[in-house]
Design a binder for this molecule. Structure first.
Ligand code: HEM
Length: 462
């Protein structure tokens, strides 16, 4: 039997799907914090320190942040109930309303019938038979852009990876990319991320019509990005051939109704943005961990040299880049690019023996559950070698979930793994990565887990 932390008044066996409750607790454990502010000062001061405190309270932990109660769900079995078994009662809800300013009713933010229809409509384009051929475009983009690194030197890998993954996203979606588009979308996106990261943007949002500097910058950046998307769509409409890129697939999937213009724009913006920053962060943190473990880095580089034999990394190498893939995977365990996701209860819910009232925000925390010593030996250690097939089989289903889970699991998961692995392989094939600073900068929890300032690395040609 798998034991788990339970409050003293409640006990149950979690090896069966349903639980024999002996009591239903209404008062949830958790750190008290300040009146109204709750744990906000800690949360905004240093999120990595803040999260360390939470598991001490159990698998279900309640906190208050700026007057709002939030419940963390830390046990894989409860996460499974939120993502799968009881999913009708856990919707994306109000926390995602703000994200709609950016992503409209695209796949990340839509709900109900609209989401169901769109997911069904778009899923075929993300099947391996369609996605796998993009491996070559990814490898080529990595080769071309890392060529520009020349003899290496000190580079801010975070911004370099952002530019590269955006370039890849544009190439996959639209077939080509122009330097201007990469710049406009990249700059706009940086402004937009700052908007979502600001304390007021996240927890005490002012309506967009209030002309605060942040709101004005957001609107300007959004309009600039929209111009790029609209222009590309317009160009495509005038072409006879829909194209073999992702947009072409989305426009022509057999037996599917065409998407309305606004819906298509929302989906394109979603795909462009949901994928590139997350993948860039995954790569940046992988570089961070590998630069702290030269012996692991050397082993990964050896695997790459053995496959590429002096030539550039190619799409066909992907399957055999096991160590490289595992390094990316392990980095996403310790520093998941999407550190949490959120749902809101529709009606009262029961989880882990506690009553969670209707309209309560629940947080599923990748960054906490993936560091839980019950599932991972030496959980704070970077150990890519732990990812054997046997280990994966032995893990509870939601002990590791950097891409979410259930029907709303990341549609770009396969693409992200290909991209992370192939870009990392080309980077390590060319360079040894060394740290310039011995500590990571402060991390900011926004839509993603971003560093608060650039992270420099020294790249030394191999
Ligand atoms: C390392 C890279 C990535 C990470 C860590 C990541 C993470 C996630 C997570 C955690 C979710 C679930 C959110 C939730 O349930 O609330 C999600 C959903 C989604 N992701 Fe990703 N993602 C990555 C790359 C990508 C890429 C490359 C694309 C597109 C090309 C993409 C497109 C999407 C979309 C459209 C959804 C919404 C799916 C739905 O609700 O039906 N992601 N992603």
């Amino acid at each position: 039997m798998v034991l788990r932390f339970v409050s003293s008044e409640v006990s149950y066996d979690n090896t069966k799907g349903s639980m024999a409750l002996t009591n239903l607790q209404k008062t949830l454990p958790g750190p008290k914090g300040w009146p109204f502010l709750g744990v906000a000062p800690m949360f905004f001061k240093n999120v990595m320190e803040y999260i360390k405190v939470l598991p001490q309270y159990g698998d279900i932990v309640e906190v208050t942040i700026l007057g709002r109660k939030i419940v963390y769900i830390l046990h894989p079995d409860d996460i499974e109930r939120v993502f799968i078994t009881d999913r009708e009662n856990f919707v994306k809800g109000t926390l995602f309303e703000r994200t709609k300013l950016l992503l409209g009713e695209g796949l990340v933010t839509s709900e109900g019938e609209l989401w169901k229809r769109q997911r069904k409509r778009m899923a075929p384009s993300f099947q391996p038979k369609h996605i796998d051929p993009f491996k070559d475009a990814i490898a080529l983009a990595a080769t071309e852009s890392l060529e520009e690194f020349g003899q290496g030197g000190v580079k801010n890998i975070d911004s370099e990876m952002m530019a590269l993954t955006l370039e890849i996203a544009l190439r996959i979606l639209f077939g080509t990319s122009s330097g201007d588009d990469v710049e406009v979308v990249g700059d706009s996106f940086t402004e937009i991320s700052d908007f979502f990261a600001s304390a007021t943007g996240g927890f005490l949002p002012l309506p967009l019509w209030v002309p605060t500097p942040g709101n004005l910058r957001f609107k300007r950046s959004f309009a600039q990005m929209e111009q790029v998307v609209s222009r590309i769509l317009q160009e495509r409409k005038t072409q006879a051939d829909p194209g073999t890129d992702l947009l072409g697939l989305l426009l022509t999937e057999d037996g599917m109704e065409p998407m309305e213009e606004k819906q298509l724009r929302d989906e394109i913006r979603t795909l462009l943005l949901a994928g590139h920053e997350t993948t860039a962060l995954g790569l940046t943190y992988t570089a961070w961990f590998l630069s702290g473990h030269p012996e692991i880095q050397d082993a990964v580089a050896e695997e790459i040299q053995g496959l590429t034999k002096g030539g550039p990394v190619e799409g066909s190498h992907y399957e055999d880049l096991t160590l490289c893939r595992n390094a990316f995977k392990e980095a996403m365990r310790l520093l998941p690019p999407a550190p949490v996701t959120a749902r809101e209860t529709v009606e009262d819910a029961e989880l882990g023996g506690y009553r969670i009232p209707a309209r309560r925000v629940v947080i599923l925390s990748m960054i906490l559950t993936q560091r839980d010593p019950r599932w991972f030996d030496q959980p704070e250690e970077f150990r890519p070698e732990r990812w054997t097939p046997e280990f994966e089989k032995s893990l509870p289903r939601f002990a590791y979930f950097p891409f979410g889970g259930g029907p709303r699991i990341c549609i770009g998961q396969r693409m992200a793994m290909m991209e992370g692995t192939l870009v990392l392989a080309e980077l390590l094939r060319r360079f040894r990565i060394e740290r310039v600073e011995d500590k990571l900068p402060k991390l900011i929890p926004s839509l993603t887990l971003r560093p608060s300032r650039p992270i420099p690395f020294r790249l030394i040609p191999r």
